[in-house]
Each structure stands twice: as structure tokens, then as C-alpha cells.
Unconditional design. Structure first.
Ligand SMILES: Nc1ncnc2c1ncn2[C@@H]1O[C@H](COP(=O)(O)OP(=O)(O)OP(=O)(O)O)[C@@H](O)[C@H]1O
Length: 316
């Protein structure tokens, strides 16, 4: 569904250039529900804005279904935003009109495109558990309820892809969990692909896969061993698997952790490893037939100090 390769985004403001994405690679399968995590400034929102057609990439490849986001004309971009994606933000104000009812808010984007489908709008509000609040004005709804209206609005154009930027960022944890459960249900029942950008690590519990972005590149990925086993409390077993990077969250035994290797063989080595090995600038790489071993230049020989990657011979 989504395929990004060597994706670059450079922001230019006056004399300053910020490289927000530095050649990012990422694939998301159709029907997948996944989360993107990363420190502030790592490029998460930039990636989401590109995938949503709100921002143009500077270079590389960004393909969503049949759409090539780098080469798309303005007209096609408008078409893409109308038909393929639905956006959900942390800030509901961007989605909702306060003096309209929940139902009118869901009907509004339909009206803009031609005709409101009241039956479908009601179905969507029922799907997010708001069948009893359809006639309430937005100002009469709680933050969590407003966020659920936003989800219904995002679905109103029957999108194939939902992009959610910190969807649980401004609600309490119980409401956040409720919202993620709604996402999961919509993902399962409607088959919509969902990409969530978040700081909320409890999201890992609800998604098939978590990808970490560091400095504009995908660095580590956690894949749920059993994608159907949602709902278990990951915090209970969070210590059972050692994370690749000790500064990374390490989601526990239900997730398998991988370092991401790009098409040309690059990977990100966690800074803590480099610090411990006292490696900076360059290192010695050895392959013993099964493992790739990285050592500081002065420690080559019999005792390799860190194993960073294990592969079968056929991979080389
Ligand atoms: N419109 C812009 N103009 C200039 N620089 C920008 C712009 N948008 C983002 N950046 C810069 O690009 C980098 C990545 O920003 P981005 O918002 O994608 O990070 P993020 O991971 O979403 O952060 P956060 O978690 O704080 O939202 C940052 O250094 C940011 O300052």
C-alpha cells in the first residue's frame, strides 16, 4: 500500500536548510495497522504530511497504492486527498466545526464533495460509539468524543488509508485506549490501512508493527509475533526481551525486534553501542560466515566485541 524508498525532505527557510528525512525507507502493507514512534524532531510528522499529500517530498520515492506522490500533478494530489486518505490530528479544531452537531460535522465533507449521505454518516458515528450523541453540538462533547467524531469524519470519504498524528495526545489514557480500540475495529472490519504517529508507547499493544524513526531514517522495527493477540498488557512483560538499543522502548516478548537495513545495506547502530565500543567515524567489519561483526579499528583479531547483525550466508 505504502512504499517509501530513499525519501528525502529538505525544508529551506532563509539561509537555513533542515534535512527532515534523510533517505527513509518504509513499506506498509494494505490492511496493516502500524505505528511510527521517534523523538521530537525525528521526522514523523514530516513523513505523515508527505503520505497525506499535504507536503511534497524533495527526492526519493513515495508511492501510495497507484499514486506516486513525488510526481503527482496538483489536480491528482487534490483527487488523492479527497479519495484515498483520511487524516486525524491531535488537535480536533482542525477537523471540526464547534457550532455544528456531530452528525452535521460528519456530513460537511460529504456536502463539500456533492451530496451528504446521512445514512452512512450515522453508520460512521455508530461505528465510533456515538449513536447517542449525533445531535449534540461539538461544544457539548468531551475531548474523547470529539476525537471520535474526527475519526468518523476521516472515514467519510471511504479512504483506503487513515493517517493519525498523535490521535491520543490530548485525551486521558482510558479514552486513548478506547480510540485505539476503535481504530483496531475499523481496521479489521473495513480493511482500512492505518498509520499512527505517536509518542504513546502503549500503542504498541494495539498495532501489528511499530517502526522507530531516528534522525529522518527508519532505525528499528518491532513486529507483533501474533498480530491477532491484541489487548494483552505489554508493560507486564516489557523486561523479558532486551531491546537492540537500551534507549529504545523494548516492547516485550510479544514483539520481535529488528534493526532496519536499507536496500544498499545501511543500518543504524545505536549510539550506546558505538559509545561502548568507542567506535566513531570508522570501524572494522568482519563476516564469519554467519554473523557480521563490527569492531573498533584497534581491536581486530581474536575477540570481536559486538555482534550487530546475524544473517544466513545466502543473504550475502
Ligand atoms: N515547515 C518546516 N520548516 C522548517 N523546518 C521544519 C518544518 N517542519 C518540520 N521542520 C523540521 O524538520 C524536522 C522534523 O520535524 P517533524 O515535525 O517531522 O518531527 P517530529 O518527529 O514529528 O517531531 P514531534 O514529535 O515534535 O512532532 C525538525 O528538525 C523540524 O524542526
Amino acid at each position: 500500500m505504502i512504499h517509501c524508498e530513499g525519501l528525502v525532505k529538505i525544508y529551506k527557510t532563509d539561509d537555513i536548510e533542515v534535512v527532515a528525512l534523510q533517505g527513509l525507507n518504509m513499506t506498509v502493507e494494505q490492511g496493516e495497522m502500524m505505528a511510527i514512534i521517534g523523538n521530537s524532531g525525528s521526522g514523523k510528522s514530516t513523513l505523515l504530511n508527505i503520505l497525506g499529500g499535504l507536503d511534497r517530498p524533495s527526492a526519493g520515492q513515495a508511492v501510495v497504492g497507484p499514486w506516486n506522490l513525488l510526481k503527482m500533478s496538483k489536480e491528482h494530489l487534490i483527487e488523492y486527498k479527497r479519495r484515498t486518505v483520511g487524516f486525524i490530528w491531535q488537535n480536533n479544531g482542525r477537523n471540526l466545526v464547534p457550532y455544528l452537531t456531530a452528525l452535521q460535522n460528519v456530513e460537511l465533507p460529504m456536502l463539500i464533495k456533492g451530496k451528504a449521505d446521512r445514512v452512512y454518516a450515522k453508520q460512521l458515528l455508530a461505528a465510533v460509539g456515538l449513536e447517542h450523541r449525533m445531535g449534540s453540538r461539538l461544544t457539548q462533547l468531551s475531548g474523547g468524543e470529539q476525537q471520535r467524531v474526527a475519526i468518523a469524519i476521516a472515514l467519510s470519504n471511504r479512504p483506503l488509508l487513515i493517517l493519525a498524528d498523535e490521535p491520543t495526545g490530548s485525551v486521558d489514557s482510558a479514552t486513548g485506549e478506547q480510540i485505539l480500540d476503535i481504530f483496531r475495529r475499523l481496521n479489521r472490519e473495513m480493511g482500512v490501512t492505518i498509520v499512527i504517529v505517536t509518542h504513546d508507547l502503549s500503542v504498541a499493544d494495539k498495532v501489528d508493527r511499530v517502526v522507530a524513526i531516528r534522525d529522518g531514517l527508519t532505525s528499528t522495527e518491532w513486529v507483533k509475533r501474533d498480530a491477532d493477540a491484541t489487548g494483552a498488557n505489554m508493560a507486564d512483560d516489557a523486561s523479558s526481551t532486551a531491546p537492540i538499543d537500551s534507549s529504545s522502548p523494548g516492547f516485550g516478548a510479544q514483539h520481535e525486534e529488528f534493526v532496519v537495513i536499507d536496500r544498499v545495506g545501511r543500518l543504524q547502530i545505536p549510539q550506546v553501542y558505538l559509545d561502548e565500543m568507542k567506535v566513531s567515524g570508522k570501524a572494522v567489519l568482519e563476516f564469519d560466515g554467519r554473523r557480521v561483526i563490527i569492531s573498533p579499528p584497534e581491536e581486530t583479531g581474536d575477540s570481536p566485541v559486538q555482534i550487530v547483525e546475524e544473517r544466513s550466508k545466502e543473504d550475502f
